[in-house]
Write a protein that binds this ligand. Structure first.
Ligand code: ATP
Length: 313
């Protein structure tokens, strides 16, 4: 664990938060894209910012980078108030940004794009990153696949060796192998002391890669949890097999949610105490039971209900 993370955990969080949002609000007419959002990102963690399309993730990121102004509330990035243009510009020398839509100058080659960013911010890690991610440097960006664009974006975001990297849906357009490479890379960067803000609507990747997660829905932060606590709070996923088809009404309790019955097997998420579950189960003739952690997808559904967007990941 890096020294700054320890400082954050021993109570001096106020001084050491890498990102701090305090009542951050952004309105577009009737739409409240961010509604009184407050949380902190600690040094040396991968913070997942999870929500379906349109939840307000990109708005938060644009506010943090000073690309748009808050309607009310405030935020700090590396100690700089996002409303203070000069302080933020200085702080941004230590920030990398991988946008969801990579707006490179299309006629430039990948190499020229990197040269451009290098002149602005430096590129001491360029070669090391190119060895890992390998975009085709001598072709114009307009000929790139979406995966190669993302590869170029990653090199661009990390090559000046920033303290904080803000990534907006960083694995979209990547094949599974490249996604894995990206997840492993992000974890290594965290282990080396970097702070990563990782926006995603893909639950499994947040579960896989992040240390803490903020869940955002319709502009509001609805949960802020360690990944492990989130799984614990989500109850246990249970599968019970009976010797004969079961009467769901007799077997079901109010602590069981997401109940699925197929023939002699019932699956459900149990939100009560383990002892209560065991007391309940002994009343039935049972052939087999297994109990495991629920998927973050299931927990996510509890926050979002069963709307289509929640299924997107
Ligand atoms: N410039 C704008 N003018 C008006 N409404 C906007 C603007 N930018 C965003 N919004 C609205 O604000 C809400 C949040 O959008 P935002 O792009 O932040 O969500 P998101 O979680 O990043 O979603 P996605 O993953 O689809 O980008 C949406 O309802 C969106 O339509």
């Amino acid at each position: 664990m890096c020294a700054r993370t320890q400082a954050a955990e021993t109570g001096s969080e106020k001084q050491t938060a890498t990102i701090r949002l305090d009542g951050l609000t952004k309105r577009y007419g009737e739409i409240i894209a961010n509604d009184d959002v407050s949380f902190e990102v600690r040094p040396g963690e991968i913070f997942g910012y999870l929500g379906p399309n349109g939840a307000g993730k990109t708005t938060t990121i644009r506010l943090l980078l000073g690309l748009i102004k808050p309607t009310s509330g405030s935020a700090e990035v590396l100690g700089a108030d996002v409303r203070d243009r000069r302080a933020l510009t200085e702080a941004k020398a230590e920030v990398g940004y991988l946008p969801d839509e990579l707006g490179f100058e299309e006629r430039l080659t990948g190499r020229q794009v990197l040269d451009y960013f290098a002149r602005m911010r430096g590129d001491e890690r360029r070669e090391e990153l190119l060895d890992l991610f390998r975009p085709p440097l001598d072709r114009p960006v307009e000929t790139y696949s979406s995966g190669n664009r993302r590869m170029l974006g990653i090199v661009q975001a990390f090559m000046h060796d920033p303290e904080l990297v803000i990534m907006d849906e960083p694995t979209s357009g990547l094949d599974p192998l490249k996604q894995d490479r990206m997840h492993a890379f992000v974890a290594e960067e965290r282990d080396a002391g970097k702070t990563i803000f990782f926006s995603s609507h893909v639950l499994s990747e947040v579960q896989h890669v992040c240390d803490r997660v903020g869940i955002v829905r319709e502009g509001k932060l609805v949960a802020l949890e360690n990944i492990d606590d989130l799984l614990e709070r989500g109850g246990k996923r249970v599968r019970v097999q009976f010797p004969e088809p079961v009467d769901e009404d007799r077997f079901g309790t109010s602590e069981m949610i997401d109940v699925e019955t197929v023939d002699r097997t019932v699956r459900f998420t149990y939100t009560g105490e383990p002892a209560t579950l065991l007391e309940h189960l002994v009343q039935f003739r049972i052939e087999d039971v297994d109990v495991g952690d629920p998927k973050l997808d299931d927990i996510f559904k509890h926050y979002y209900g069963d709307d289509g967007d929640a299924e997107a990941g």
